[in-house]
Design a protein around this ligand. Sequence first.
Ligand code: SF4
Length: 316
Amino acid sequence: MEKIYPWGDTRRFNSYARHFRERFGGRVQKVAVNVGFTCPNRDGTVGVGGCTFCNNEAFSPSYCRPEKSVRQQIEEGIEFHAGRYRKAEKYLAYFQAFSNTHAPLEELQRIYNEALEVPGVVGVVIGTRPDCVDGAKLDYFARLAEKHYVTIEYGIESCNDETLRRVNRGHDFAAAERAVRATAERGIPVGAHFILGLPGESREQMIDQAAKINALPLDTVKFHQLQIFKGTAMEKEYLSDPERFTLFGLEEYIAFFTEILVRLRPDLVVERFAGEAPPRYHVGHRWGLIRNEQLLAMLEKHLEETDNWQGKLHKS
Ligand code: SF4
């Protein structure tokens, strides 16, 4: 008989698909929205150069352009997905580009209320920086979360202050801890994003982060292998000293990520563990065009072959 893991199915990690099935009873599709916000690390609020790795272009689908209204972007996004995948009946508006809480509260209210009025939209996912929320904004999101699915997703990127300084992140890990706790305390689900392979960070340091991640009141986590994007400060840094970077090969990364996964608490939903932007955007080591489902299949095969699963080494 197949083993059932603590999250209630036979997959060897706590998947986003399971989380959505449980929450919504079926498939839910995320639709990206770009409202044209900038970011405090670019507009001078915190800094001007931005994070050394940042190229938001690489992650913005063609249908979402800030000139269009929120409603229009969502409707076009639904059309776009309906033509490619099995039709979902429920949608989440995903505010991914830049920092989506970096505006006065009234503007945030207008934008998120508009998104939630579009037929089929059952919730919003809000990507932002940890230093870009305050009590009044979080109270507003908490009120929205009473009636809708609302998740705030913080770019934490690394738990090591030295790394955060090196990539000009403009905030430290303590800022991330404060934001995650203030969000969770209000009953709002919280996600976090991390990059594996940032310059100067050893594999041991990356693996050791699992304990810090487990200690945060997070609901979902996303990881990405480091990719170096054209036109960024990191590209220059990489070209002048490639040895300082860990650019994982595909199989190597899957084995490495497993070292983190076995240390993560079982109730953390793993939304993503890798992803490749289109090759035209980045330099250095490339995996080639690979789809998310292929990556997931490779991870599952590796977990099976090595008899590993999420939380196998986690001590509660
Ligand atoms: S990665 Fe995010 S926080 Fe950093 S510069 Fe880009 S938009 Fe701003």
